[in-house]
Design a binder for this molecule. Structure first.
Ligand SMILES: [Zn+2]
Length: 427
């Protein structure tokens, strides 16, 4: 039965994952978000006595579906998604070690239709990461495109120096629920923010919210990230953005006296801890479920928003959803869809461009509000939030991500405190 399902999965993937030119744009067509089956990984240690080499996926965020040895120190690791069809962003993460110091090679194998997306990062403690040097990577069937999946190789072979101490190998810096909740706790402690669980995922993990500012204010903003598990760089931008809102500047303090800020850093904790490519434990892309709310994660956020508005008589003025893709992109709505603070997002993008000399923001505005199946459209259509999807490239330098998050927060706070006499200038 299990094997049968895997074969079907591979077949569905090969049919579904045809390379598309419009790889980054969010489609507006309604999709069925009824719960579908998910194939869970078998968690175990894979031991190869011939080489004294072991692999493990026994940690949250791991993805390693099977390992095969095909020669002295030569391995093949198969990575499959949680179900299909699925957006082909193959996530992987595993540990490997050897009884004696040894060099091994690992070939990653993805289902037909998926290409290699994330270059490996290594860690000895699961916290500090660095990219495996390119000289240890051999690309298989190089990409021919200039951007998106077609620009990437079909797969890679990586050479690793391993020893007794487990080496972590991960598609991006491993940032599982333990790591996110530790950041939330540290931020709450150091910056005097409050923490509230507003609901639970299918597997019972908390939907944990950080809240700060004037919590009695009628003026609110909402920040979310990680609907899509592998999108760690968007999460990094969210962290820098939130840190700046919580900072010690005069501007930040004034902002916190006027606004209440609500942050949900981990929208899809089950997907993240199960090493999913995209979906939640209901087998669904959460960012297509903001109208029907068949899945608990988005539904509980919408219940929170309604409750907050009803209890305080207040409004949400701004909503931002952090993601990652091939490049840095801003996806606002066009100004002909005004919310509670018209032109805020357009003016904000102008201000960001000004504040980062030499930086040309990639802005792709959307004019179709309905059906509001993605978070941004729901935020605007149902709550009047000026809303945006903030996308960070997979490989954007980490210090620039931080800078963009900080600058974004500073410029937003300035505009939102001006009481806004927005100009509506086009970026
Ligand atoms: Zn995303």
């Amino acid at each position: 039965m299990k094997k049968h399902f895997s074969l079907l999965l591979l077949l569905a993937l090969s049919l579904a994952a045809v390379p598309q030119a419009q790889f980054a744009q969010e489609p507006a067509q309604a999709v069925d978000t009824t719960t579908r089956p998910v194939e869970k990984q078998i968690k175990r240690v894979f031991e190869f006595s011939a080489d004294g080499v072991s692999f493990s996926n026994e940690f949250d965020g791991a993805r390693l579906n099977s390992v095969a040895r095909f020669g002295d120190g030569q391995y093949m690791i198969t990575i499959t998604p949680e179900n299909a069809p699925i957006n082909p962003s193959p996530w992987y993460a595993f540990k490997v070690w050897a009884k004696k110091k040894k060099e091994i090679s690992i070939r990653l194998v993805y289902p037909e239709g998926s290409r290699h997306r994330y270059d490996p990062q290594l860690s000895t403690d699961g916290r500090k990461w660095k990219y495996l040097d390119q000289s240890f990577i051999t690309e298989i069937e190089k990409g021919t495109g200039t951007s998106g999946p077609s620009s990437r190789p079909k797969s890679i072979v990586m050479r690793l120096q391993i020893g007794r101490k487990p080496l972590w190998v991960s598609a991006q810096e491993l940032t599982n629920s333990t790591s996110v909740f530790a950041w939330i706790a540290k931020t709450a402690r150091k910056k005097k923010a409050a923490v509230e669980d507003i609901g639970r995922s299918i597997e019972g993990r908390p939907l944990r919210m950080l809240k700060f500012g004037d919590l009695d204010s009628k003026k609110n903003i909402l920040i979310i990230s990680r609907q899509h598990p592998p999108e760690v760089t968007g999460y990094f931008a969210m962290q820098a953005f939130v840190d700046e809102l919580l900072g010690g500047s005069k501007l930040s303090k004034q902002f916190r006296r006027e606004y209440a800020v609500f942050v949900i850093p981990l929208m899809n904790p089950d997907g993240v801890d199960n090493g999913h490519w995209r979906h939640n434990m209901g087998g669904i892309d959460l960012n297509r479920d903001w109208t029907t709310f068949n899945q608990p994660e988005g539904r509980q956020v919408s219940e929170f928003l309604k409750k907050r508005e009803a209890e305080t008589g207040g409004k949400f003025y701004f909503g931002i959803d952090f993601h990652s893709t091939w490049n840095d992109i801003y996806y606002p709505m066009t100004p002909d869809n005004p919310g509670n603070m018209p032109n805020l997002v357009q003016d904000w993008l102008v201000a960001i461009k000004k504040a980062l000399p030499g930086y040309e923001p990639n802005i792709q505005a959307n004019n179709r509000l309905l059906p509001a199946i993605v978070s941004r459209n729901y935020f605007l259509a149902s709550h009047g939030m000026e809303a945006i999807v903030f996308e960070i490239g997979d490989n954007t330098p980490r210090d620039f991500i931080k800078k963009k998050g900080e600058v974004g927060a500073i410029e937003l706070m300035k505009l939102m405190l001006e009481g806004t006499k927005p100009t509506g200038k086009k970026p």
